[in-house]
Design a protein around this ligand. Structure first.
Ligand code: COA
Length: 154
């Protein structure tokens, strides 16, 4: 498995995974996804297996100087490639990008019913910080998870 930064020509394969992972109304639109992957304050990592995209992760960040926080927009693995630690590897690379951007905190929303993703985040040291009712369409609740990122060793 090759892990590498996103390239513009990856978009069709990336969006095909989005379509395999999420049904409307939970699915990100093409336009929203394009904005994310093109943003200068975001990092998109791709997992590639024999030239085929197996998954991706998108992280972005906000804030200034010593108060930068990073946000995991999404981590998605093609259904036939799950439980092979691809999601875990993508998460580690997203965290590297968060550190490189100077973030001291990384956080995310996850569907309260998405038990697999919740397990993944908890296994990576994310702590539940809250719950937002009606965060997703059709009244679905989100859980908020966060993790502190240690600063660089001086
Ligand atoms: C969530 C997702 C990214 C996990 O990717 P993955 O490559 O299968 O995850 P990993 O193989 O790295 O799993 C690592 C650990 O997370 C937990 N985990 C992952 N998926 C799980 C599942 N479906 N059920 C229970 N635990 C799960 C397990 O503890 C697993 O370790 P184990 O396989 O040794 O038991 C993948 O299921 C996916 O793409 N889901 C659809 C999209 C989605 O919901 N993304 C999250 C958006 S917030």
């Amino acid at each position: 498995m090759l892990y590498r930064p996103y390239r513009p020509e990856d978009f069709a394969a990336l969006y095909a995974i989005e379509e395999a992972c999420f049904q409307p109304p939970l699915r990100f639109s093409r336009a929203y996804m394009q904005r994310l992957v093109r943003s200068s304050s975001a990092a998109t990592w791709v997992a590639e297996d024999g030239g085929q995209m197996a998954g991706f992760a998108i992280l972005d960040w906000t804030g200034e100087a010593d108060a930068i926080s990073a946000y995991i927009q999404t981590i998605e693995v093609a259904p036939e490639k799950r439980r092979l630690r691809i999601g875990s590897e993508l998460m580690q690379r997203a965290e590297q990008s968060a550190r490189a951007a100077g973030a001291t905190l990384i956080w995310l929303h996850v569907d309260a019913e998405n038990a697999g993703a919740i397990r993944l985040y908890e296994a990576h040291g994310y702590r539940r910080e809250g719950r937002e009712a009606n965060y997703y369409p059709r009244g679905r609740a989100a859980l908020v998870y966060a993790k502190s990122l240690p600063g660089p060793r001086l």
